[in-house]
Design a protein. Structure first.
Length: 179
């Protein structure tokens, strides 16, 4: 058993050494955010896409569109490319099918940017919102933005009686009553 643990630790260390630690960490966080946001968008029924808890906030569908738009903004800045977005998803898409498809396309664009990030490229600076920031900083900001709006989505889902994706695994059957 000890030989197995030593071997497993050595293999894990070698695998981690192949990827730069900063870029590897940001990729993990991005993957988590992408996963829960995409699952939330899939899980929310179409009828609730127009739901707004109050008149002065975005609807659930607008949140999905806003996150899609933001992926292009952040990832194009981090890559140093012109954004491939052809318009505002938030302003032009209204059906669940169109919004989910646009969200997945935006994440697919970002997948390429995150996959290409190394520690060397992560430390390069770009202009972003009028200031110099590292590419890693842009992607970290993107992840914060994703989780900010996932928090909104969670609230909307809870108000509609829907368990959000990040809480699904945490639900456990109730313990049997003690006699």
């Amino acid at each position: 058993m000890l030989k197995f643990l030593i071997c497993a630790a050595t293999v894990s260390a070698c695998l981690l050494a192949q990827e730069s630690p900063f870029s590897a960490n940001i990729k993990v966080e991005y993957g988590l955010a992408k996963g829960v946001i995409t699952r939330a968008a899939d899980k929310m029924p179409e009828a609730n896409y127009s739901f707004k808890p109050t008149d002065d906030v975005r609807s659930f569908g607008q949140l999905v569109g806003h996150v899609a738009d933001a992926q292009y903004t952040f990832c194009s800045a981090a890559s140093g490319e012109k954004s491939p977005a052809t318009g505002s998803v938030e302003q032009t898409k209204t059906t669940k099918a169109d919004l989910v498809a646009a969200l997945k396309e935006a994440f697919a664009y970002c997948d390429k940017v995150y996959d290409g990030m190394t520690d060397a490229t992560a430390s390069q600076t770009v202009k972003f919102f009028g200031r110099d920031i590292t590419k890693l900083g842009v992607l970290a900001f993107s992840n914060m933005h994703d989780y900010e709006h996932y928090g909104n989505m969670v609230t909307y889902m809870r108000l509609k009686g829907i368990v959000p994706p990040s809480s699904e695994q945490q639900q456990r059957p109730a313990a049997p009553a003690k006699k």
